[in-house]
Design a protein around this ligand. Structure first.
Ligand code: GAP
Length: 455
């Protein structure tokens, strides 16, 4: 596991995973661009989530709704007016902070989420929580800061054309509940999930890709009859845990679950359990599972004057379904995966940095390498042949040890090497990333052998 954020960021930049956003213009604070390997990793994690929660789950269906929606959506979801953070300014150095976060930095085990603004101010003054930038204790009072990004749609730039970038993908699902249910003739219980960008004008983004203003969410809204006695809330908590441990291979000591206290629940939530990951900077929310009750469908029914109830075909009863929502940020999950898989190991002639990524999400499954120049053509031909079935990279530069190290550093599970003997015995060497064990395999059996490893 990696112990320094700086080390991780450097590694990911050098290896082509993540670059600073707008770097050649001096950067844009807290924006990150995903290089070729980061883009692959993101895509594969999204595919894994989509397969697990949507494609291979008989209850659920997918959706891809708009980022910009009618402003009425945000009035009725409660975001306009409710979706804000407690902003506090240092009068001396003019730095701006989230009041709850400066408390939590000093008192990591204290839960400030349940305090009112007045209580936050009181706590900061009583405990003499000084400005993290300049050290003075001279703050403004706390104001609520609107987190949604506002823009204008069309040529007229006034309030009548104001629209917002979505701060969560969930609302696109609620407003399409009836469309999906009717068009696919779904019976309760069923879920609708989607993956997409969300935007929040965070007061204090940071910790690399943990909290950014532009990020992707993978959200599922699972609808069920409120009279259904089955415990769907815990069912989805278990599914999230299965995904983390069985699909992504997270160690059980890397994360913990935190049940929200009543006072800190979001305006829509009846109950929430967060999966918190032990990031390099400390524990942080990774994946939330919320019981949203019937808040959203009721609010949108009332606001839109469209009936969003479900007619039970057996009882002819009209129901407003309840909702369980497992919601995770893609980049946060990527940060946890990278933290989990980064290691430095002592080996015979030095150290190696390895990303022990699960095979399913490694940017490349294989690297094909010729041992010597004379084998370049044969190795390149093998590479193009393997590309038909696998995600492969080809590398012919540098000595073989260095090339293995390069593949370790980007998490490629297997290297296939054409060597001196290949000409005589028609065999190649397969080297495994984590154990560094090698075995020889006949070229005629190679694809079958590799398929067993990956599929
Ligand atoms: N629909 C519910 C919802 O959006 P949330 O707790 O605000 O709930 C859900 O966000 C998840 O989205 C979080 O657990 C986190 O993984 C991710 N997330 C939220 N804000 C984020 C940010 N500024 N940057 C990166 N990820 C974020």
């Amino acid at each position: 596991m990696v112990t320094s954020m700086e080390k991780l960021i450097n590694h990911l930049k050098t290896q082509g995973f993540i670059f600073q956003g707008s770097e050649i213009y001096g950067g844009l604070a807290n924006s990150w661009d995903y290089g070729p390997l980061g883009a692959e990793l993101k895509q594969k994690v999204k595919d894994l989530w989509w397969n697990y929660f949507i494609r291979k789950n008989h209850y659920n269906l997918g959706l891809d709704s708009s980022i910009i929606m009618n402003t009425e959506v945000w009035k009725n979801s409660g975001h306009l007016g409710n979706f804000n953070d407690p902003l506090i300014d240092c009068k001396k150095c003019k730095s701006r902070f989230r009041a709850d976060k400066i408390i939590e930095e000093k008192f990591p085990d204290f839960n400030s989420g349940k305090l009112t603004n007045a209580q936050l101010e009181d706590f900061i003054n009583k405990n003499k929580i000084i400005c993290p930038k300049c050290g003075s204790l001279d703050y403004t009072s706390i104001r609520n800061f609107e987190l949604m990004f506002k823009t204008n749609q069309g040529v007229i730039q006034d309030d009548s054309s104001a629209v917002y970038l979505r701060p969560e993908t969930a609302q696109g699902i609620f407003i399409n509940f009836k469309n999906v249910q009717r068009s696919l003739r779904k019976k309760l219980p069923f879920g609708i999930g989607q993956i997409g960008k969300s935007f929040r004008n965070e007061i204090t983004p940071g910790n690399f890709i943990f909290r950014t203003r532009e990020f992707e969410q993978m959200e599922l809204e699972f609808f069920f009859d409120p009279d259904d006695k089955f415990d769907w809330f815990n069912y989805w908590i278990e599914e999230v845990e299965n995904f983390l441990t069985k699909v992504l291979g997270f160690k059980s000591e890397s994360y913990s679950k935190r049940v929200h206290e009543k006072e800190e629940l979001a305006h829509y939530s009846k109950a929430t359990t967060d999966f918190e990951y032990n990031f390099i900077f400390g524990r942080g929310e990774l994946w939330g599972v919320a019981h949203r009750g019937d808040f959203d469908l009721k609010s949108h029914s009332e606001g839109s004057k469209h009936d969003l109830t479900y007619l039970d075909p057996l009882t002819n009863k009209k129901i407003t379904p309840n909702v369980i929502e497992p919601s995770v940020g893609l980049e946060r999950l990527i940060l946890a995966i990278l933290t989990e898989s980064y290691c430095e190991e002592d080996i015979e002639n030095g150290t190696r940095t390895v990303l022990k990524l699960p095979k399913k999400i490694a940017p490349f499954q294989l690297c094909v390498l010729p041992l010597q120049k004379q084998q370049n053509d044969q190795a390149f031909n093998l590479y193009t042949e393997l590309l038909k079935d696998f995600d492969v990279i080809y590398d012919e530069t540098g000595n073989i040890g260095k090339r293995y190290r390069r593949q370790d550093a980007i998490g490629t599970p297997l290297c296939v090497t054409i060597d001196f003997e290949t000409e005589n015995d028609n065999c190649v060497t397969i080297r495994e990333r984590d154990s560094m064990n090698q075995k020889r395999v006949n070229l005629s059996d190679l694809k079958e052998n590799l398929k067993k490893e990956f599929f």
